[in-house]
Design a protein around this ligand. Structure first.
Ligand code: ADP
Ligand code: MG
Length: 699
């Protein structure tokens, strides 16, 4: 193992106790190794020199060679600054400093030739560079970089201790100067050989000091591969262990409950996709191994029905089952839909949420323990310790993205041998992300909507066209439809949001005086929320003004228009989720995205994607490309098994697939990693897990 990890950064030349503290706090850098794994986020080609004659105000950066011909301090107090001129023989530009004036003045010598680097801008018809980097023309030594200059992420706190990108680069160079041994390899020779990967020793040097872009490419490939490979190896190994070790309840038969429901209560034909996933799930539950399956299906694809039917199979096999939903609104709605669907069938269903009264709660607990209750539906009140089942065989979790891995694990423990777990999500997770975040789950996909659904028509409308929208909404309500008007989430401190929502509520009441308007938001008491939802669901009110509390699951098929206010404040996936509340009935549905006229390019792009496609998978991929995987809704909570330092799930899917294949091959030949060849893998996995734990304890 590399002893880079045991060298404390504090003792590196140029660090010391104060900077060490900052590095630890801001970037979790404690050892030499941590620093070397703080990779540059971009590189700038410094092999190119410009002449002043060529410069325009909008270049991202320039590099010049010349002399500083004058320096003077001007202004007073806060307006104080130092202004200099820089001459390269072809012309003159201006240099400006606001900070560190005294120090810089002392450093700059009149007759010296400097390399200048910085971002030019045009001010009063002269080109200037604010806070340029100036360096003496190198005479062989020094930190000047002739090729690609790395740029490192820093924070404001770091900058105030002068830990700039440049300073970090200097520290990296110091590490390489003081640590002269070869950095030990972390991948086995059979892998580096087979894929012709750059060795770690060289890759770490190259990633910080690339001589050219070809070498940089190779180094970055090696490091990305390694990162993704260990994630895959870890996930696949866990999954193997589970299938080898965990016995599952065997649901061998389909019995009366299922059959009675299928032949008498099912109001429509199942779609082929629904049939297929039910088969996949049945097969899992009959296999003798514990099932851990992710059921993905776009909004409206009919996952609830699939859940219900597999729950009936559990009951047919004399097991209890539960369905957990992320919000009270949704749990209540599931309870109502499922009770309705099971009419005439002798199954006991209970509802448990945070607002279930004490007496009812006690009764539920008793019925669960005696085995009288067959299906328990609820919020995460279900995972509390005092909820005990008689014989829990299947757990269904709806809208997984609201739950973390840890909560999933708590449900496992509700029975002596863990129940089968079916996780349902409408967030279409891009394949690459699914392979890392949910790589330990098997995946079933409902890729077909029930027949007769018309694609939702989405348009992007500016505020000034609001009157047209109002007119359209009136026509729809006259035709018997209902309408959602959605406002951004109300956060604790965001008085503005609440104002938007209540203003919106008043505005809508004014514009539509002849209709009933209901309102729900997250700060209401559960009973109030329920009452408002009930008004809307029953058709008593025509318009529901709400925040994103209706984002998941809510099902009112007669609602066919959704207006999303300040649509620019929502991410793509969230817009798609919201939009999924309409388009659930037979009527043509509409989604209207309201924004102001001034929008960033990225926002404009988001609106465009929404108007062009209804396909959740396409939207998820686009979202990941626009925002990067770290920001995808839900992924923070579920958490990647390891933090990604260099690979990017949006861009590196080819490397990810390769890494997964190699990991699969390795485990096929050596499931427990016992061969001498693979000793390095076992060691490294252990180390990564340890690292993660250490950080979890510190932070
Ligand atoms: P989601 O997958 O978003 O949870 P739901 O389960 O809420 O979707 O189903 C959406 C609507 O489609 C419900 O009204 C449901 O009754 C209906 N539905 C489900 N399956 C079918 C089917 N095979 N044919 C027609 N309608 C269906
Ligand atoms: Mg649902």
């Amino acid at each position: 193992m590399s002893d880079l990890a045991t060298h404390n950064i504090m003792y590196l030349q140029g660090v010391g106790p104060k900077r060490a503290e900052t590095l630890k706090k801001e970037l979790r850098i404690v050892s030499y190794e941590d620093l070397l794994y703080h990779f540059p986020y971009k590189y700038v080609d410094r092999s190119r020199f410009y002449t002043i004659g060529e410069i325009t105000g909008d270049m991202p950066y320039i590099q010049l060679k010349g002399q500083v011909t004058s320096l003077k301090t001007v202004g007073e107090g806060r307006g104080k600054r130092m202004v200099g001129t820089f001459n390269d023989g072809t012309g003159i530009i201006e240099l400006v400093w606001f900070k560190g004036i005294k120090y810089i003045k002392g450093q700059i010598k009149p007759d010296e030739t400097y390399i200048l680097f910085g971002k030019p801008s045009r001010f009063n018809n002269t080109i200037n560079v604010v806070h340029p980097e100036l360096e003496k023309e190198p005479n062989g030594k020094g930190s000047f970089i002739a090729g690609l200059q790395p740029f490192y992420n820093t924070t404001e706190k770091m900058k105030s201790s002068y830990l700039t990108s440049r300073a970090i680069f200097k520290l990296v160079q110091n590490v390489f100067q003081s640590y002269t041994s070869v950095i030990p390899e972390t991948l086995p020779a059979h892998i580096t050989g087979q894929l012709k990967l750059m060795k770690l020793n060289q890759a770490l040097r190259t990633i910080h000091m690339p001589p050219n872009s070809e070498e940089l490419q190779k180094a970055s490939f090696r490091l990305k591969f390694e990162e993704l490979f260990y994630i895959q190896l870890n996930i696949l190994r866990l999954r193997n262990q589970r299938t080898y070790n965990l016995k599952g309840h065997i649901f061998s038969r389909v019995g009366d409950f299922f059959n009675q429901f299928y032949s008498q209560n099912l109001p429509f034909e199942l779609t082929n996709a629904q049939k297929r996933v039910i088969k996949e799930i049945r097969k899992d539950m009959g296999s003798g191994h514990q099932m851990n399956r992710l059921l993905q299906g776009d909004v409206g694809s009919g996952k609830t029905l699939v859940a219900l039917m597999v729950m009936l199979i559990a009951i047919d096999n004399k097991y209890q089952t539960c369905l957990m939903a992320p919000t009270e609104i949704l749990a209540t709605q599931h309870f109502e839909t499922i009770s309705e669907m099971l009419k005439g069938i002798d199954v006991n269903i209970g509802l448990l949420t945070g607002s279930t009264k004490k007496a009812a709660r006690n009764q539920l607990h008793a019925d669960l323990q005696s085995g009288k209750l067959n299906i328990l539906i609820g919020t995460h009140a279900l995972i509390e310790d005092n909820v005990q089942f008689n014989n829990l065989g299947l757990v269904v979790i709806d809208e997984q993205h609201r739950f973390g891995v840890a909560q999933r694990a708590r449900l496992w423990k509700k029975n002596l041998s863990p129940p089968h777990v079916l996780v349902m999500t409408a967030t279409p997770i891009p394949r690459t992300l699914a392979m890392t975040t949910y790589g330990d789950l098997d995946v079933s996909i409902i890729d077909e909507l029930p027949p007769g659904r018309k694609p939702i028509q989405t348009s992007h409308v500016y505020h000034k066209k609001r009157l047209g929208v109002n007119k359209f909404v009136k026509e729809q309500i006259e035709a018997g439809r209902q309408v959602y008007a959605v406002y951004p989430l109300i956060e604790e401190s965001e008085k503005m949001d609440f104002k938007n929502l209540t203003d919106g509520y008043e505005y809508i009441q004014e514009v539509y005086p002849n209709y009933n308007v209901s309102m729900v938001h997250g700060k209401m008491k559960p009973a109030e929320k329920d009452a408002a939802m009930q008004e809307f669901a029953s058709g008593k009110s025509q318009i529901l003004v709400s925040t994103t509390v209706i984002e998941v699951g809510v099902n009112v098929p007669n609602a066919s228009v959704m207006i999303i206010e300040s649509a620019e404040r929502f991410g793509l996936s969230q817009l798609h989720q919201l939009r999924g509340r309409v388009g659930r009935g037979a009527d043509q549905s509409y989604c209207i995205l309201m924004t102001g006229y001034k929008l960033s390019n990225e926002t404009r792009k988001r609106m465009e994607i929404m108007t062009q496609t209804n396909d959740g998978f396409e939207i998820a991929e686009a979202d990941m490309k626009l925002r990067g995987p770290g920001d995808l809704e839900g992924t923070q909570q579920s958490g990647l098994p390891f933090e990604l330092k260099i690979a990017n799930l949006g861009k590196d899917s080819r490397i990810l697939h390769m890494a997964r294949n190699v990991a699969q091959d390795v485990l096929k030949n050596d499931p427990l990693l016992e061969k001498q060849d693979n000793a390095i893998l076992k060691r490294q996995l252990k180390r990564l897990a340890q690292q993660k734990m250490n950080w979890a304890m510190i932070s």
